[in-house]
Design a protein around this ligand. Sequence first.
Ligand code: AMP
Ligand code: MG
Length: 409
Amino acid sequence: MPANDRLLPPDEALDIILDHVRILEAEVVSLDEAGGRVLSEDLVADRDLPPFAASTMDGFAVIASDVSPWREVIGDQFAGTMEGIEITPGTSARIMTGAPLPEGADAVIRVENTEMRDDHVIIHQEHVEEGENIRPIGSDLRKGDVLVSIGTIIGPAEIGLLASLGHASVSVYRRPRVSILSTGDELVPPEVEPGPGQIRDSNRFSLMVAARQAGADVIWSGHAPDDEPSLRALLLERIKDGDAVITSGGVSMGDKDYVKAILMEIADVHFQRLFMKPGKPFNFATIGDTLFFGLPGNPVSALVGFEIFIKSAIRAMAGHPNPRPPQATATLEHDVDSTDRLEYQRGVVWSDATGALHARNTGSQSSARLMSLVGANAFIMIQPREAPYRKGERVPVVILGTVTDQPPA
Ligand code: AMP
Ligand code: MG
């Protein structure tokens, strides 16, 4: 446990978290559930693809060296059947794209270069190359080739390969199972009209969606009052079940901020405070194999902490080879005040006609102002320094969503 008063730089904090992540075990899922999951074994071709020589054109299957001025058309070869046609010198067969090449043929002449006359075809093409317009056996892939390696995120192309090789299911890493707990006596559910001093619990719902989008299964969510015995009992119960527990609130310096103290008692606490803004209080602890993330209660602080640290941990648990948040560099489109801690300003990043990135923040950056995250697709990273930042400076950004090609309205 590092000294309690040290503010840990976020990149060191993320290293510590990822050092404590273990990749979850594998499970077999059907193809239509495999999108976005991470392959847990190499996928090897069990046959050649295509398994037969196929035409890439609509046209006529011929023998390339045949010099006959016209050919008798002895049949039609469609995709999906094998007609048993045999091409000999002086003959040809009509053939469709994707259809297997008939016996004896070694080239296909595209229909545009031919002319049908009764039962024969005239070829208007001077030279026919052997193999012309034919996709040979095994030209896409060879039996034994590693098609997709372990650790690949499965997308449409990978699903297509799996299907074409006859895999109705695939082995992927299990999704992390997480619990989400809001703490605070002041919180009421969204359907309740808040009384004096009460507010609605927004973090529970934000964090549930964020966790699911990151690839986790939310197995439980709920609320706990600021009461030490009941909070301790609930935390112990949640820690027993699942891979990670995420709480919000109760980690600051207030008299009823019990999460920190309970963790010190029941868990291995790795850090509690970060050199960042918003989100300075952030507890990371482990209890056996279970990861514990104690986020601050301010809705913006909670979501920033989630995006930078917890999302990366969820992705790492689910086998992503590159779980950290993606970064780029953008040009600041306005001045920004200096900061004494690494500040994650919520902003919009867009690309101009040359492909260069620009960044603008979303207005007031108060950590209680959830509106600062609405419509944001990036965090603009403002490093601590004396001088204010000027419009036109290049700054690092964390990309959270789709980068647009237009500045925000
Ligand atoms: P705390 O970290 O518990 O001191 O909370 C910091 C601030 O965030 C306080 O203003 C809380 O009322 C607010 N807050 C805490 N939990 C939530 C929540 N689940 N939803 C919305 N606001 C919250
Ligand atoms: Mg609280």
